[in-house]
Structures are given as C-alpha cells and as structure tokens.
Design a binder for this molecule. Structure first.
Ligand SMILES: *Cc1c(COP(=O)(O)O)cnc(C)c1O
Length: 375
C-alpha cells in the first residue's frame, strides 16, 4: 500500500465554477485559463469540464498542442506569446492565438513565412509593469501590427495588478484612453475583475483561479457568497496518535508545547507533498469531518493535529488538508501565501484520483448538439 495521501480532482466543480464565471460576466466570452497545468489540477483531467468555455488560455506551447490534440477546436491563446521564431510554425499549424507584448514578438511574426495569418492579442502595459506596450506607444504598435501581412485578427488586452474594485479603475481608464477608436475585441478581466468589476468585462474575460474554486485575493471569505466549489481535495489519514502531558512538546524545534493533557494525531502529509512548511499552529484542518488545527512544525512527510475536538479520531481517520471543508485559501492565508501557489505545488509523489466525469461528459454532448443545431 502507498502512503495514505492523495489529491482528488473534481471536474464537476470546474464545470460549475465556469458557469458561475459566465453568469458573472454574462455577455462576455470566456477564455478558461489553464496555465501551469490547470493550476496544478492537470489539463487532461479537467478538460471535459471546459466544454462551456469559448477559448482556452495558457502559457506553454506544449500545453497548447496537448489541448489541440485533446480535440479542442475553439481558440487557444498563448498568454505570453511566442518566445522564439522556431515556434511560429507550431503556432500556425495548431491555429494558436498569440499575445504580442513587445516589438521583438512583432518582428518575429513579421518575419514568419506563413500563408495563414496569425491572430494576436496586442498587450498593453496599463500600469502593472510586467508585459506590454506602454499606453503612449500602443497605438503605433497596433498600426505596425495591422500593417503586418502575417498578422490576422488583432484583439486588445491588458492585465490588472489589483483585485479590488477601486484599485483597478486607474488601469482601466488608461487602457480606455489609449485604445479609444482602435477597433478590435477587448480582453481585460482576470478572476477578480470577472467577479467584482463589470465595467472591465468587455468582449472576452480570462478567469483562472475561480475555475478551481480559489479566491482571487487569496482570502477565502472574499468569495464566500459566490458559490465556488473546490476543484481539488488534498486528503490523507492519521497514521499515529500521541497523548501528551502538560509541558511536553511536539515535533522539530519543539515548536508546540501542550498546556494541558491532550491527544494529537500524526498525519501522513508534509512539505514534500506540497503542504506549506510555514503553516503555523492553528492552521485549520479537518479530521473525521471535524475542523481542528495543525500544531507544531510541519515536517517533510508528516504534520501533527490537535485531536481535542474529535476524541473518537484515531489511526486511519480521514483527514482533509484542503478541499470543500477547509478552503485552500484558508491554509494559504495562515501560511502567508495564496491558494494559487498551493494548488500549483502539490508534489508529484502524491497519487491523483479524478472524480467521474459523467456530468461533464453530458455537458460536451449538449454543447455539440447545440453546435449542430446552429450549424
Ligand atoms: C493568469 C492570468 C489570468 C488569470 O488570472 P486569475 O487571477 O487566476 O483569474 C488572466 N490573464 C493573464 C494574462 C494571466 O496571466
């Protein structure tokens, strides 16, 4: 038997969250963002749940090819564009839409030998100062792109640095001012803007983290009313129990000291599984369906929990590290990070189970019958 730890992926939750995103940005088309192997969930595992999306957005060329090979016929967007001219042929062959954020990428496309023009999303740096053309040179870049025969359709995109409402307005205003009168579809909204900033919805939205049930702010309570479902459950079991007398300590560094007699459980999950080593005493965790807390220091393969609220728990008891009852963002917040990072960092050694895709398959069937009706 392997260690009793596993990560379970719930495609049905992704399907539900995608519907939630679509309702929140109704009228806009949706790029489902599946970079970083679908935020650690596995593109292939959740793929059937994406049938309702209008496009799939990611970063790696090989991921884009994998998505095409899975049978995806709708658009695929490379969010950072191409990094090398050798990749142009692959982008053309797989009909990829590519971001263009700088003159090097424009030159790379201009030099491409292709009969088939490549659709692009011209990216503006509206204030985040990562990728994109500054507002004052954006129009000139758009004119050069339009004059480039190897470039087809040109959409306009930008990315927001902040999640909350008022903090994105200045970027939005800059974008609107610098693109006034330029034709083309607009694509601006990440998950936060999908949920909280209707003015930024425009033609296409780009939700990522909410598809997986996590909070764009990294704070679980910020999405409490939204009805997102966790797409990942990290689960394990209790493999040891200790009874402490007051004054005894637990684990490396003797970081936790019992102030009363207490039972503790040892869970088969540590930082080598992707659980954050910085999770402090008090981080929420569920044992036998009861919320309790991590105590002491997380070690490589194990962590310890307080069994006081669940006196019947013992060896073999089920543990939820994160999932529906403990949100990944709750663990992340306690540990000084965000759910995004934890979802992406579940270790390779953790076996993966995938829920049945019955509902998701039905969704695909509905989609294709809709298409055949309209065709
Ligand atoms: C990652 C990413 C997104 C999705 O962001 P979330 O906060 O996960 O919704 C959207 N657009 C771009 C350009 C990205 O890199």
């Amino acid at each position: 038997m392997p260690r009793p730890i596993s990560v379970r992926i719930h495609p049905e939750a992704v399907r539900h969250n995608l519907q939630t995103a679509k309702q929140s940005a109704s009228g806009a088309r949706v790029w489902a963002v599946v970079k970083a192997n679908a935020y650690g969930h596995g593109i292939e595992r959740i793929y059937p749940a994406l049938a309702g999306a209008d496009g799939i957005a990611l970063l790696d060329l090989d991921e884009a090819v994998r998505v095409r090979e899975l049978g995806w016929t709708k658009p695929i967007l490379l969010l950072e564009g191409l990094f090398d001219s050798v990749d142009v042929a692959t982008a053309v062959a797989h009909r990829l839409t590519v971001a263009v954020h700088c003159d090097d990428q424009l030159a790379l496309l201009a030099a491409a030998r292709t009969q088939q023009p490549i659709d692009i999303q011209l990216k503006m740096n509206s204030g985040m100062n990562r990728l994109g053309y500054r507002p004052d040179v954006f129009r000139a870049a758009w004119e050069r792109a339009r004059a480039t025969p190897t470039i087809g359709n040109i959409a306009l995109m930008t990315h927001f640095a902040n999640a909350d409402d008022s903090a994105i307005d200045w970027q939005l205003d800059r974008f609107d001012a610098a693109t006034a009168g330029i034709p083309g579809e607009r694509s601006l909204s990440n998950s936060a803007a999908v949920l909280w900033h209707p003015r930024a919805h425009r033609d296409w939205v780009r939700p990522g983290t909410i598809l997986y049930g996590a909070s764009p702010t990294g704070v679980a309570r910020h999405v409490e009313g939204v009805g997102l479902r966790a797409a990942m459950t990290l689960a394990s079991k209790i493999i040891g129990v200790q009874t402490l007398t007051p004054g005894e300590t637990v684990g490396y560094g003797c970081a936790y000291e019992a102030d009363r007699p207490m039972r503790i459980g040892v869970v088969a999950c540590g930082y080598a599984d992707g659980y954050p080593r910085h999770a402090p005493t008090g981080t929420p965790i569920v044992v036998d369906g009861v919320r309790t807390r991590v105590i002491g220091r997380v070690s490589m393969d194990m962590l310890t929990v307080d069994l006081t609220p669940c006196p019947d728990a013992g060896i073999g008891s089920q543990v939820e590290l994160w999932g529906e009852r403990v949100k990944v963002d709750e663990v992340a917040e306690a540990s000084g990070t965000i759910g995004y990072e934890l979802m992406c960092a579940v270790a390779r050694r953790v076996p993966v189970d995938v829920d049945s895709l019955v509902a998701a398959r039905r969704d695909i069937a509905e989609e294709s019958s809709e298409e055949s009706v309209t065709a």
